[in-house]
Ligand binder design. Structure first.
Ligand code: FAD
Length: 407
């Protein structure tokens, strides 16, 4: 059977391109020149971030992940996907435009599932940039890839939940105002109806921030931390439940699908920046009597990177359009999640290699990019889990006597 040919529109519509140019201009003028100072993560960096955020807000480049009725400047899912390709070029830019993980995802689920009171109390200050938040699902003692094994519980007592458990990798919890915790509320229910998402104020008695867990030698500060938390008899009112009790996985799925598109669009920004640095330096640096750009190994890296980035971009835009049309596009999302995470790491690694020792210094953004990129193969589902999802789905078709149709 012939596969129907569907053109993937790879250029954004004109009005979105104009918006991308505004973001790109803001980044060129304000974000890239500040990157080194921001990476120091000291008090000066905090002041600089506050100043950049105020500028971005004043220029209407604020919270592009949410629609105006939720307090953002968003223009829909696809527009935001295309914007992330620009924003993703700097790891600091999401914070500048107030669309940083995990606040962006938390904001989206509060907007979609929150009650009027929850939106007023938690979403409004989040979108305004008055508070930050965290998302608390992963636990040190069970596999995060299989969250049906979660052990943190929320037990109903009167009109309150009492939460007990041990979490880690609750990113950005240091200095946050509240978190959304995934806890088992009905252990007897079917595995995907056992857990709920519950809003917890960061200052709730019994919630202890044990430590910011250093990752790859980096402790981070505030937004860039990955925190270990203990919940010991933490009491919150039942009205802090997001959606209905048992909706935890349904809400998580709603967050993760589109969220992965946005992650990968940001990674595309990182890949393209690394690619530009790779090509630029290869043309400039000479060794053994010729430019690095004239060595076949480097030419191969350039050609492979170009092909892989292009493939990632088309895969991502294809999945984005399917989601925009109402399809969950689960296979497409899993495909691009593991493929793009690998390409991201490989392209940055090649760019570092071309730069030699300079690639490991802070004279280029590559070392910071390399450090950030490794996590992409683990968070939002490790590579192996997404490959399992894809291959199982494909094999189902063959087991049923069919074949796999490529879109
Ligand atoms: C930078 C970063 C930020 C994060 N931020 C957050 C956050 O804000 N909130 C939060 O709750 N969590 C967060 N996480 C945690 C993340 O969601 C988990 O790390 C992820 O779900 C994997 O869980 P795990 O680490 O427990 O690994 P495990 O589930 O224990 O898996 C370990 C390894 O086993 C292998 N594996 C697992 N399943 C299979 C399989 N079926 N087949 C073959 N191999 C398999 C994979 O190689 C995997 O890497 C973050 C993680 C990182 C790296």
């Amino acid at each position: 059977m012939l596969t129907p040919v569907v053109a993937v529109e790879s250029a954004p519509p004109a009005e979105i391109e104009a918006l991308r140019e505004r973001y790109a201009a803001f980044m060129a003028e304000h974000v890239y020149p500040a990157e080194r100072a921001l990476a120091r993560e000291d008090d000066d960096a905090e002041r600089l971030i506050a100043d950049l955020r105020a500028r971005a807000k004043a220029e209407g480049l604020w919270a592009p992940h949410l629609p105006p009725e939720a307090g953002g400047s968003g223009r829909g899912f696809l527009a935001y996907a295309f914007l992330n390709e620009v924003i993703g070029r700097s790891t600091w830019a999401q914070l500048v435009f107030n669309c940083q993980a995990p606040d962006a995802g938390n904001g989206e689920i509060l907007h979609l599932f929150g009650t009027r009171e929850q939106k007023e109390r938690w979403l409004r200050p989040l979108v305004e940039g008055e508070v930050r938040s965290f998302f608390s699902m992963t636990e040190p003692d069970v596999p995060g890839s299989d969250p049906t094994t979660l052990r943190t519980t929320a037990v109903r007592e009167g009109d309150e939940w009492v939460i007990d458990g041990h979490k880690w990798f609750s990113s950005a919890a240091e200095g946050a105002g509240f978190g959304i915790v995934m806890a088992v509320t009905d252990p007897a229910a079917a595995p995907h109806r056992r857990a709920s998402q519950i809003i917890v104020p960061a200052d709730a008695p019994g919630l202890e921030l044990v430590r910011a867990v250093p990752t790859l030698g980096h402790r981070g500060r505030g937004w860039s931390t990955h925190c270990e938390l203990r919940y010991r008899g933490v009491r919150v009112p039942l009205e802090n439940t997001l959606g209905e009790p048992g909706d935890g996985f349904r809400i998580a799925q709603k967050r993760l699908g589109p969220g992965r598109i946005h992650h990968v669009m940001r990674w595309l920004g990182q890949m393209q920046r690394a690619f530009e640095l790779l090509c630029g330096y290869a043309l400039e640096r000479e060794a053994f009597g010729s430019r690095l750009a004239d060595k076949q190994t480097v030419q191969n890296w350039i050609a492979d990177s170009a092909a892989e980035i292009q493939a990632c971009r088309l895969l991502t835009l294809d999945a984005a359009r399917k989601i925009d049309a109402g399809d969950e596009a689960r296979v497409e999302i899993s495909l691009l999640k593991f493929y793009a995470a690998r390409v991201l790491n490989e392209v940055i690694d090649r760019a570092v290699q071309v730069h030699g020792a300079r690639g490991l210094t802070d004279e280029t953004p590559l070392a910071g990019m390399l450090l950030q990129a490794r996590g992409a193969r683990i968070y939002d589902g490790p590579d192996e889990v997404h490959r399992m999802v894809v291959s199982r789905r494909i094999l189902q078709e063959f087991e049923a006597g069919g074949a796999w149709t490529f879109s």
